[in-house]
Design a protein around this ligand. Structure first.
Ligand SMILES: C[S@@+](CC[C@H](N)C(=O)[O-])C[C@H]1O[C@@H](n2cnc3c(N)ncnc32)[C@H](O)[C@@H]1O
Length: 229
């Protein structure tokens, strides 16, 4: 007896309205690159390194950069969609919404998984507003709750009972603190994607130590990919 496998070639990620929206958002990011470079050039390398590692000055840093989306790369966005699809994620938590580019990829995966809930958080109100508008344009807003405020507060209560995937993409120095808030809800096999985690050696040391209940590797240069054991 032969069995037939139906292959679905159409995904929320690769079809309208999301696909052209992502093309536009990534084009806008590319167009803003010279202004972002200029903003960074105005700050010395030492000062940039100090701010990126700071647990107290991140609000000032991101406030200065609030005109910029600072999104994940296109490849990381696609990786997020693939990971969320392959672990059949239904509940996702994200630290660092910005204009919502990563959120759109993750929400698309939830939709293609049959539905779910994505909790994301952003402390710049103008960015949260842009993310809301982008999610509405993509028709994905009903899957997403955006909590406005500092993640140290917004993720301190009312988390989903179990979490399938966590994206860390806010202030790098806070990755260990945010993980501590979410950790009790991560299911066995949950995935954690941490963007630019090299800025937080304490986070890498924690998730790369199997005694802490994780297995973790760097992927593609930008990302630390971790599984909850
Ligand atoms: C790298 S951007 C996120 C990009 C987004 N994930 C994407 O791919 O489109 C980091 C964002 O996190 C926000 N952020 C940083 N620290 C935060 C905190 N403690 N609480 C809430 N939001 C924070 C910043 O305002 C900024 O918009």
């Amino acid at each position: 007896m032969t069995t037939m496998t139906t292959i679905t070639t159409s995904t929320t990620l690769t079809t309208p309205p999301l696909a052209p929206l992502l093309d536009r958002l990534f084009s806008e990011k590319d167009a803003a690159a010279p202004a972002l470079d200029a903003a960074f050039a105005a700050v010395s390398d030492d000062e940039q390194a100090r701010l990126m590692h700071s647990k107290t000055e991140y609000a000032d840093l991101y406030g200065r950069l609030k005109e910029f989306g600072l999104p994940v790369s296109r490849e990381t966005g696609t990786l997020l969609y693939m990971l969320a699809r392959s672990c059949r994620a239904r509940t996702i938590v994200e630290f660092g919404t910005s204009f919502g580019i990563s959120t759109l990829h993750l929400a698309a995966a939830l939709q293609d998984n049959g539905g779910g809930y994505l909790l994301t958080t952003e402390f710049e109100p103008s960015k949260a507003a842009r993310a809301r508008a982008n999610l509405a344009t993509a028709g994905l807003h009903e899957l997403v709750e955006i909590r406005e405020g500092d993640a140290l507060q917004t993720l301190a209560a009312d988390l989903p009972a179990t979490i399938d995937l966590l994206l860390l993409d806010g202030a790098k120095a806070l990755y260990p603190d945010i993980l501590k808030l979410v950790e009790p809800r991560l299911r066995t096999g949950a995935l954690i994607v941490a963007d630019n985690a090299d800025y937080c050696p304490a986070y890498l040391a924690h998730v790369r130590d199997a005694k802490n209940g994780y297995l973790s590797i760097p992927v593609g240069g930008d990302v630390e990919l971790t599984i909850r054991l």
